[in-house]
Design a protein around this ligand. Sequence first.
Ligand SMILES: Cc1cc2nc3c(=O)[nH]c(=O)nc-3n(C[C@H](O)[C@H](O)[C@H](O)COP(=O)(O)O)c2cc1C
Ligand code: SF4
Ligand code: FES
Length: 611
Amino acid sequence: MLSEAGKKEIKELLKRYPTKRSALLSALHVLQREHGYLPKEGMVDVAEILELAPVHVLEAATFYTLYNLQPIGKYLIQVCHTLSCGLMGANSLILYLQDKLGIKMGETTPDGMFSLKAVECLASCGTAPMMQINDDYYENLTNEKVDQILSDLRTRGKSPLASGPFKVPVNGDADAVKRGNLILFKNMMTPDYSGSLKDYEKQGGYQTIRKMFKEHTPQAVIDIVKKSGLRGRGGAGFPTGTKWDFIPKDQNLTKYLCCNADESEPGTFKDRQLIDRDPHQIIEGIIIACFAIGAHTAYIYIRGEFAFGAKVLEQALAEAYRAGYLGKNILGSGFDLEVYVHRGAGAYICGEETALLESIEGKRGLPRVKPPFPATHGLYGKPTVVNNIETLSNLPHILTRGADWFTAIGSPPKSTGTRLFCVSGHVKRPGNYEVPMGITFRELIYDYAGGVLNDRKLKAFIPGGASAAFFTEQHLDVKLDFDLVAQAGSMLGSGGVTIMDDTTCMVWAALSLMNFFHHESCGKCTPCREGSGWLFKILQRIENGEGQEEDLSLMPKLCGNIAGRTVCAFGDAEVAPVLSTLKYFREEYEKHIREKRCPFQKEGRLMSVGH
Ligand SMILES: Cc1cc2nc3c(=O)[nH]c(=O)nc-3n(C[C@H](O)[C@H](O)[C@H](O)COP(=O)(O)O)c2cc1C
Ligand code: SF4
Ligand code: FES
């Protein structure tokens, strides 16, 4: 069932890992590429090569949403229907596609050309509405564009409208003054910068590690990063240097670095930009982090949907190996480092650090109970650091320009440097904005991103991805600072800022996110697995005009039985949209119940597809 070439490719992949099972996700990608789905006989072949029981292969195949267990159309159209896309017309796009193709979600056209599926956030929220067809993204869609794409695929097999490197506007693109502050986006804003090794070196790239190997000990690097105050940009905001210092110093222990490029938090699309447009900045950051913690192997865990980004990274790694920046005895320093790309296969939860480790080990992405923490018992039971792509991208700059330079930017002492904020939803200039920490949400939304679309009134915004509690107009003067946002009742999280105008139904917004959380719950713990479904159903009935007065007291009770009672922080995250919309928009919930209908009919009903 697997071709000889496929078998050979999988055997090559085995070299990347200490255990054969780790190659499972990649092996299934190879099998699916050959057949369009995972035939049973092919899964048995994979099991044989990896020396696994077939059930272990099936276990993974049924967990990750990118794997098709049945044959599907030649082109799989996946339309994002999570909040930012929903705000920008995903529902109409779905209806249009259904109409145009004559099929419903989950179906395939009779000629076997197209299958249609609604999916959760694909990290294109600033270019909504969007869809992915096979490996290609199509963004900023209109009905006319959809017509052209379908016709191109039918006649030519590909469409020029497919996105290349992610091109969401950076800092408004036209605003040169604000560009002056750029650090992480500086290279990619240089005219003709392609992200190649040559271009990166022209900007001074890889000079930092040359200096580091000559002048610093690993502990000195840790101390500089600690002094810089850099905190993780993946969501939790943990101090990076402190995390590194937890790693045992014993030289004889095997240690790992895992780079978190899973970027699946709704509203977040910054790591994709760093990967597509400046991969060597990330690789130099990886080398610095590995040198500091004494790791000689790093894995970049990239979400399965980022097929383009995975290729960019593979190419950049090959360039770095050829130039002697990776491999044995890097630049004559005596330091060895191997870096591999590991593709996920569609599971939001794999962004949680311990689920990510399980996934690299070739298992279902179920978070581990902590303690023990990855610093002592991580990948393959060895000391491991997991760091976000943006966190790592900061390292070459901190090492070159010093900790004091970094602490002078932003909102010291605890929110230093710049941060990438992804602004999407009802906003005039959606995009990625690199701003010094400490500016206010008002400045970010109105000065940088141009204000609310069509000059409407701001109703609510999410300050840090779907897991963060909603804010309202009263929070516009809160500063983009980890602690100040927490004090105001939410979190900076992943940096995804979603704007909602006064036409948005808050019950629908909470329902949209609960749809996401219910779909993405890994199912390991009962409160989250069951609770997310119950909350989804209650919100759905309120939105459908079938809610009851008691629902308003039932929901907080349910939330209280989820938050703080689960294996991972997903439990706390999923209650945030419900509790915060209930807090700030209770009268809107009451109106739905009293009038037995949604007062914002024009938003359309959320499609309960995907369950
Ligand atoms: C449900 C869940 C999803 C997460 N998703 C991501 C993600 O997509 N990307 C990421 O970098 N961190 C994500 N995190 C945070 C990681 O667990 C971890 O804290 C982070 O990768 C550490 O890197 P940092 O210290 O550089 O931020 C997620 C956490 C949870 C609980
Ligand atoms: S809280 Fe949810 S996502 Fe996290 S382990 Fe439990 S079931 Fe899985
Ligand atoms: S890409 Fe659709 S919400 Fe993020």
